[in-house]
Ligand binder design. Structure first.
Ligand code: FAD
Length: 464
């Protein structure tokens, strides 16, 4: 059946306030954060319940009509932007269904923003530790579908590890109920897990049961200044004592310059320039331990060498200001022109070598390009962005993207890393996945996709 016949069927089966063909209403859903993809769709659907999602998918499945899924539209690999497909937004599926302090669990709908889920956990004195700079807009459904990482992975794990189970509408329109808060359940395949990180290619997550954690009594952030990434690795080994270290983020000097120049109200916490920085955060279960712990750990690191200076946040305002420097790093690169971005991971022990080799290789290839490696050093995930040379045309620089990708991903492979640490494959990296992934893994993935979605209607252009 044609797409237009499906659209007629959907409009007659659904309440009028669920769908829109109005270009002005649809426009914001077609443009994404990186200004890289511009979408088109004939129909926007904004269901308010799992039942409505199921009805939509049943009609699309019956007619073999492709559908794209969008949460908060903050994804960075082109996975949420329709190119002519019908678009389903989960924004109105935003209820917190339950919070249990006893079970340390929270059940919320897929369109709940990450910040709303954090607030709901906070309301019962607990913590949902997933933390991303996009948390005010990104949704739990998007976080789980991309297996989001963020700044707290080294202590709490990625979104997968923070999830008990999900409710989802499968590609045939049936509803899978995997909502549970059991910490032990070995009854066959873990089907919820299959949907986590699947980028909406195996079904639409409609709700999730999330793991909560005790809220630390005290949190302390420090900005450390360092000679180089090797020194950052030494610092990591010195400061990850006990279960306290929750964040360890690498920032190069160029990043500090961009953020303090291009983002209003950002201030370098040091009175002089240093080559590299690390923003780290410790959490403590007992009040009053933080200052002594920090002083001892930093003195030890200073004696070992490599640590040049450190600023310990002494107030909530200062602590937020340090985090804002890290959180605004991505936005601060927009004014410098075109950037070629990579979200890679290597074993933590190889991060310094990766940065050295990649910086050398990309600047050999394009003299005066501006590599900016930053991010989650504590778990081996570096956002390896390369800014255009100041004198080069942006389009000419972006024409080098596939050559730059080859250079960077070959170094990633040499260090036994991954070409997608936390953003997913989307449409952006599918060729690289086909080229570099284990053939047996690709064949298994294809079998699963075909078994669950034989007509390929769910997020049809992604991953494969
Ligand atoms: C400034 C900034 C900072 C960021 N920092 C980080 C970071 O530190 N770590 C990190 O991991 N990511 C980061 N991201 C990327 C992004 O925020 C995450 O990928 C986030 O998890 C996407 O959530 P979303 O709701 O916006 O999903 P969308 O962008 O709407 O969608 C992303 C993908 O998930 C699918 N999807 C969405 N909802 C569902 C659903 N309910 N069921 C099935 N599939 C669904 C979409 O089809 C698409 O393929 C950042 C983005 C920005 C703009």
């Amino acid at each position: 059946m044609s797409q237009s016949e499906t659209i007629i069927a959907l409009k007659s089966a659904l309440p009028a306030n669920i769908w829109s063909e109005d270009e002005d209403v649809i426009a914001p859903y077609l443009h994404e954060w990186r200004d890289r993809w511009q979408g088109t769709t004939p129909l926007l659907l904004r269901p308010k319940s799992t039942g409505e999602v199921a009805k939509i998918v049943q009609i699309c499945a019956h007619n073999k009509t492709p559908i794209m899924i969008q949460g908060g539209n903050t994804g960075l690999v082109g996975g949420q932007t329709p190119q002519g497909e019908i678009l389903l937004s989960t924004q109105r599926l935003n209820k917190i269904r339950s919070v249990s302090a006893d079970n340390m669990s929270l059940v919320c709908e897929a369109g709940t923003t990450l910040a709303q889920a954090q607030d709901a956990a906070d309301g019962v004195g607990l913590k949902f530790p997933l933390s991303l700079a996009s948390e005010g807009s990104c949704t739990i459904g998007g976080n789980l579908s991309t297996n989001a990482g963020g700044v707290h992975v080294l202590k709490y794990g990625t979104a997968k590890e923070l999830t008990f189970g999900v409710e989802a509408v499968l590609p045939d329109g049936s509803i899978f109920n995997g909502l549970t808060d059991l910490r032990k359940d070995n009854t066959g395949y873990d089907l919820s897990r299959l949907l986590l990180g699947a980028e909406g290619t195996l079904g639409i997550i409609t709700a999730a049961s999330l793991k909560l954690f005790p809220k630390p009594k005290e949190t302390l952030r420090v900005m450390a200044a360092l000679t180089d990434p090797d020194a950052a690795l030494d610092l990591l080994n010195t400061v990850r004592i006990g279960q306290h270290l929750a964040m360890f983020e690498l920032i190069p000097r160029l990043g500090m310059e961009y953020v303090t120049t291009h983002i209003p109200n950002m201030r370098d916490p040091f009175s002089q320039a240093y080559p590299w920085y690390v923003l780290l955060e410790w959490e403590f279960d007992i009040q009053g331990q933080a200052q002594d712990f920090a002083t001892t750990a930093l003195e030890k690191a200073m004696q070992a060498g490599g640590l040049l200076d450190a600023v310990i946040a002494t107030s909530e305002t200062q602590s937020r200001a340090l985090l804002a420097l890290r959180e605004n790093l991505s936005a601060s690169q927009k004014p410098i022109g075109a950037t070629i971005k990579h979200d890679i991971t290597v074993p933590v022990s190889r991060v310094a070598a990766f940065i050295k080799e990649a910086n050398h290789a990309v600047t050999q290839h394009t003299p005066n390009c501006r590599p900016l490696p930053f991010g989650h050093l504590g778990d081996g995930n570096i956002h390896y962005n390369i800014g255009q040379p100041e004198t080069m045309d942006a389009k000419a620089f972006m024409a080098l993207e596939s050559e730059m990708n080859e250079i960077v991903y070959n170094i990633v492979d040499a260090h036994a890393g991954s070409i997608s640490a936390e953003h997913g494959i989307g449409t952006l990296k599918k060729e690289q996945l086909q080229k570099r992934a284990d053939p047996a893994k690709l064949a298994m993935m294809k079998s699963i996709k075909t078994a669950l979605d034989p007509d390929g209607i769910m997020n049809p252009r992604l991953i494969f």
